[in-house]
Design a protein around this ligand. Structure first.
Ligand code: ASP
Length: 345
């Protein structure tokens, strides 16, 4: 009788577990590499490690707590350090996310990424994912093997956020250090500290705290399901490069880019020599966008810039202005229309 009782209890708990697993939201984990997936030679190696050594399966197995919040299903996109991200990988990532989020059973997506260029990929996805479901880009400042590594807690919080109904409609988010940023405003601010990601002027949109995912604001610029950009049939993007402004900056990089045949140039600041270089670029049909190296604050549209047919980047830093200009150029080369795009996104 005692045995029968135990068997009934076991059967009941298995059924409960099964129902529980079936009720958990499904979160797709797209892995691309970076420090979060890297290993150092020993536990105190914080800055020397090899990108892309930890597999998606190892990431998930390392974190049994994930099962409390979601069924996490991995999809490996790449295994590279983020300076090695390419247009091909970006398009592959965006297309895969769109395909998975279109499935009714999928609640959201998490993307692992190196922190160096994370903001560029996050903003690209913010503009090209065609879904209101949450997409959270996550990384780590310390490798998988480090004492006091930040990756596992960041990943757990990213999955919690991707599974949270409150996160729907907020566009693509970046989560490290318990802090949720909009992909539109976030930037990497420090080479080494775990609190490196900031949204300089406008602040984060929420926090992944132990009691709940707490949101306080939502981005008002266009993104995801309201974006006009469609990459579904693209296998490359127009070439756009960045020119750095500083005292006595020469026009040589600008002229070299014109010779190289780029379609767009982002000036990350001003220099006297840029006026001639810009006119040369424009004479070849190249679109020129003015950003600012301070990386915060708006570049306002003045009669002078408008008169020179230079587009202002609003408060996008140069690397993000590059992402937007590449997408804008898939639709138009009209300066007024591209300025409209910079005003809206
Ligand atoms: N090397 C790394 C990268 O892939 C840095 C990081 O992930 O923190 O960007």
């Amino acid at each position: 009788m005692k045995r029968l009782h135990r068997l009934v209890l076991l059967a009941l708990s298995l059924v409960t577990l099964g129902v529980h697993a079936a009720e958990l939201p499904v979160v797709k984990l797209f892995t691309t590499g970076g420090t979060i997936q890297s290993k150092g030679a020993h536990r105190q190696k914080l800055a020397e490690y090899n990108d892309g050594r930890v597999s998606p399966e190892e990431l998930i197995a390392d974190l049994p707590e994930l099962k409390t919040f979601a069924t996490v299903e991995p999809i490996e996109i790449s295994n590279v350090g983020s300076p090695g991200m390419t247009t091909e990988l970006l398009l592959k990532l965006a297309k895969s996310i769109n395909a998975e989020l279109a499935k009714p059973g999928v609640a959201g997506a998490v993307v692992t990424h190196g922190t160096a260029t994370l903001e560029e990929t996050a903003y690209f996805l913010h503009l090209t994912v065609k879904s209101d479901k949450p997409v959270v880009v996550v990384g780590a400042m310390r490798p998988f093997t480090a004492i006091s590594r930040d990756g596992p807690f960041n990943l757990l919080n990213a999955v919690r956020t991707a599974a949270a109904p409150e996160a729907v409609g907020k566009g693509v988010m970046v989560l490290l250090d318990d802090t949720i940023h909009s992909a539109r405003f976030v930037t990497k601010n420090n080479t080494y500290r775990v609190e490196t990601f900031v949204s300089r002027e406008l602040g984060p949109i929420g926090y992944s705290d132990s009691d709940r995912i707490a949101f306080y604001r939502t981005p008002l610029t266009r993104h995801t399901s309201k974006s006009e950009f469609d990459i579904s049939k693209l296998d490359t993007l127009p070439a756009v490069d960045i020119v750095y402004g500083y005292q006595e900056a020469s026009a040589a990089p600008l002229e070299a880019l014109v010779t190289a045949g780029v379609k767009g140039i982002i000036l990350n600041d001003s220099a006297p020599s840029f006026a001639k270089g810009t006119a040369l670029a424009q004479s070849k049909g190249i679109i020129v966008v003015q950003s600012d190296r301070k990386g915060s604050g708006r570049v306002v549209l003045s009669e002078r810039t408008a008169g020179r047919n230079v587009i202002t980047a609003d408060n996008l830093n140069a690397q993000k202005a590059r992402v937007l200009l590449r997408l804008a150029l898939t639709k138009t080369t009209d300066v007024k229309e591209i300025q409209r795009i910079f005003n809206e996104y």
